[in-house]
Design a protein around this ligand. Structure first.
Ligand SMILES: [Zn+2]
Length: 172
């Protein structure tokens, strides 16, 4: 839902249930809270409960990304450039990160996407490992929305691993 608060409309729209239910707090939460849920709860907590939860977390990202990828693909109407532009714009609007196609990486068998300002790990203390399994699953299923074929995303670089951005190679 589009939020259109301006100086002319200081009161929340009664048509937006989140703004109506949270008139003082609004529809967004701090990145620090997101990371507490995403890194401590969804990763560390699940790892403690079931061992390596990376596949489960990746799968959760796939579930979240699938309808978003289909929506972007429908609007792109078969145009790869429009689709990638939609992915970049949607990721920015959702605050996931600043996504860009690594130049020269697009082939018939795959592509590589760089994510700067990753919501999960940009600026985080290095943990000595790559942690963006959710984002990998999200990216894979979003790409599938366009190709209609199974895709697998592998995170090759991660802020949490001491790199300067997250990078995902997507096998098509
Ligand atoms: Zn990462």
């Amino acid at each position: 839902m589009q939020h259109t608060k301006t100086a002319d409309t200081p009161m929340p729209s009664t048509s937006d249930p989140i703004d109506t239910a949270r008139p003082h707090l609004g529809a967004t939460v701090p990145v620090a809270l997101f990371r507490a849920l995403r890194v401590n709860g969804m990763m560390t907590g699940l790892d403690a409960a079931i061992g390596d939860a990376s596949t489960l977390v990746y799968s959760a990202g796939r579930t979240v990304g699938a309808p978003i990828g289909k929506d972007i693909a429908a609007k792109a109407n078969g145009d790869l450039g429009a689709f990638l532009g939609g992915v970049v714009e949607t990721s920015k609007v959702l605050g996931i990160g600043v996504i860009s196609l690594v130049p020269g990486s697009l082939t018939d068998s795959g592509l590589t996407l760089r994510v700067d300002e990753c919501v999960t790990c940009a600026g985080a203390e290095p943990m000595g490992k790559k942690i963006c399994h959710f984002e990998g699953g999200f990216i894979a299923s979003v790409v599938e929305g366009f190709t209609g074929k199974p895709a697998i995303a592998t995170e090759t670089h991660c802020n949490a691993n001491g790199d300067d951005a997250c990078v995902f190679h997507v096998d098509l």
